[in-house]
Design a protein around this ligand. Structure first.
Ligand SMILES: [Zn+2]
Length: 124
């Protein structure tokens, strides 16, 4: 049995996977970690979305939509949308606020940045 990674290690891994084009693996691990279904991910936003949106989540279909293939490698967008998926899975009435989705995503990216800083000797 493989022991679960500690939280910062897990967060670093998820961000690394997304940055390296392994978004499906990242979503699989996130879903497993939070005990929810793995969300689907599709490139191209559904029609009728605001032009400036980079991603959105369809709660009925359980699909994360991203603007383009570059957005697939944006940890902030992927994690923000995963948060909506997570909240919907836990409580179908609430997708969570944008503020909490941003905070959820920032937490992962912060863990990644501080680990990167330590590795490069810039930890202060
Ligand atoms: Zn959102």
């Amino acid at each position: 049995m493989i022991s679960k990674p500690t939280k910062p290690e897990f967060e670093v891994l998820i961000v690394w996977l997304i940055l390296n084009g392994k978004v499906e693996k990242a979503l699989e691990l996130l879903a497993e970690h939070y005990s929810v279904d793995v969300p689907k991910i599709k490139v191209g936003l559904p029609k009728g979305r605001k032009k400036r949106a980079l991603g959105c989540y369809n709660a009925k279909k359980g699909i994360i939509f991203v603007l383009n293939s570059d957005t697939l490698k944006e940890p902030f967008i992927i994690l923000h949308e995963f948060y909506h998926h997570l909240r919907t899975a836990l409580d179908s009435k609430h997708r969570g606020t944008e503020k909490y989705a941003d905070e959820f995503a920032k937490d992962f990216i912060q863990a990644y940045k501080s680990t990167a800083a330590k590795a490069s000797g810039n930890d202060q």
